[in-house]
Structure formats: C-alpha cells, structure tokens
Design a protein around this ligand. Structure first.
Ligand SMILES: [Zn+2]
Ligand SMILES: [Zn+2]
Ligand SMILES: [Zn+2]
Length: 257
C-alpha cells in the first residue's frame, strides 16, 4: 500500500492570499500546502480521501488518469469543493463513461446532495459529474472493491467528521474530539495521519499537542500531521518540536505501508 499526500493545508491553504508572514513567504516547498487530501493505492485500486478546491491541481500534479473511489470526511468546502472536477474521470475514455463512486457518512452525503444538486437532478444537463453517492453506515466496515474500510467517527466542534482505516493505515482529519471506542478501532495501525492545525489550541481542530496525545494512545510505527495552518511556523523549525516517529506531512510526500 502507498499513500501520497495530495494536500496538507488547512481551509485557506498555505500561502494564504495576501499574507506576508514568514511561512507564506517561505521558499521551502514543504511550506506550500494545498487543501488537505490524500490518495491511497491499495490492491491495484486508487482511493482518494476528500476532494477540496485543489483537487484538479492535485490530480494533474500526480498525473492521475483513473480513480476508483473518493471517501469524504465531512462536507466543509475545503474537503468537497473539487467534486465537480471528477467529470474529467467520467469522460477520459469517452464515449465510455466511468462513473465515480463516492462514499460518505449520512451528514456528509446530505451536503453533497445539496451543493451538487445538479449532478443528481432528474433532467441533467450534459457534462455534469457522473457520481454514484454511497451513504455508509458508521457502525460497520464497508467495501470498496476488495478493500475493507473502517469508518472512525469524531467531532469537529459541533460538526461530525469521519476518519478512515484501511488495513494498517488510518487517516483522521478535522477532528477535535474522538471517543475511546473509536480510538480502539485504530489498534494495530502502523501509519497514522492526524490533523494538527497549529501549536496553540483551536476550537474546532486538534492542536499539535492534542494530535500527539491521540498518536501516543494509538502508538503507530509512524505518524504524520496534516491540515496545518500558516501559524504552524516554518517546516524545519516546527519539526524540531516533534517527538521521534512523528513528522509534519507535506504536499507530494509518499509513504509505503
Ligand atoms: Zn478542513
Ligand atoms: Zn501567512
Ligand atoms: Zn472542516
């Protein structure tokens, strides 16, 4: 299994438009973050987690010409705004149409149906995304082809959010709280990804300290932090505060499991 970090930035991305802070002005590529998303290659399948506003750029950068499924964590714009661009995958082998399977918790599916209502309309106009939206049950694993996926529930301040475990890999983003029963589902994970917005506390996202607490409980072999804001500081400087086995992810980073 291989995971590629497509984007590792918070909702505004880094650099932030108009910002002149040292992180936004940094020339280190690892300080430039598209909106958070990852692609998992497993059993010959390509599964993308979230499709934010940078989805098109991310697919182009990684030269992706086919995906098997998209798993959504929640309905915030920085995680779903790119869904319209799945059209490209629909028409790659035109006139053959490849529909794209999207898996989401009920609360996320509701947002997708509302925001992208034109893709689900009775009388669709030509060229809208051809999507099959599958609403998952949070209490049990589901299959994407031959791959079993375990949903992990959490709280993102007053919103609900879904993380995913795929074999020895698990990915949590936009979490602020996670119950012990859900942490128990992460037992035996070797590579864990957790969101960490910045060092200071925040009301709807884990800080670095909160993310490290979860990592300590799960005790994976390696852990990566994602969904960082420019307030995290420069990559090298911020990294010096992390314990062994934990690192900040950066765009384009690939991890083998
Ligand atoms: Zn987000
Ligand atoms: Zn900045
Ligand atoms: Zn969010």
């Amino acid at each position: 299994m291989e995971v590629v970090f497509l984007g590792t930035g918070t909702s505004q991305g880094v650099p932030v438009i108009g910002c002149r802070c040292k992180v936004c002005c940094s020339t280190d590529e690892r300080d430039r973050r598209l909106r958070t998303s990852a692609m998992v290659e497993v059993d010959g399948m390509r599964i993308v987690i979230d499709a934010g506003p940078d989805f098109r750029q991310q697919m182009l950068r990684e030269s992706v010409n086919h995906i098997d499924a998209i798993l959504l964590t929640h309905g915030h714009t920085d995680h779903v705004a790119g869904l319209d661009d799945v059209r490209a995958f629909n028409f790659v082998d035109y006139p053959e149409i490849h529909r794209v399977d999207i898996f989401a918790a009920p609360y996320t599916a509701k947002t997708v149906l509302k925001v992208f209502d034109y893709a689900f309309a009775q009388n669709k106009y030509r060229g809208v995304p051809e999507i099959d939206l599958h609403t998952i049950e949070l209490s049990q694993p589901f299959m994407v082809g031959s791959v079993e996926i375990v949903p992990i529930s959490g709280k993102h301040s007053r919103f609900d959010v879904t993380g995913y475990r795929i074999g020895k890999f698990a990915y949590l983003t936009d979490f602020k709280e996670i119950a012990d029963e859900e942490i128990a589902k992460l037992k035996g994970v070797e590579v864990l990804v957790v969101n960490a917005l910045r060092f200071e506390p925040h009301d709807s996202h884990f800080s670095v300290t909160e993310a490290l607490n979860i990592i300590e409980k799960v005790a994976p072999r390696e852990a990566y932090l994602t969904h960082m804001s420019h307030e995290i500081g420069l990559y090298d400087e911020a990294s010096s505060h992390l314990p062994k086995g934990v690192q900040f992810a950066y765009d384009g980073l690939r991890v083998k499991i």
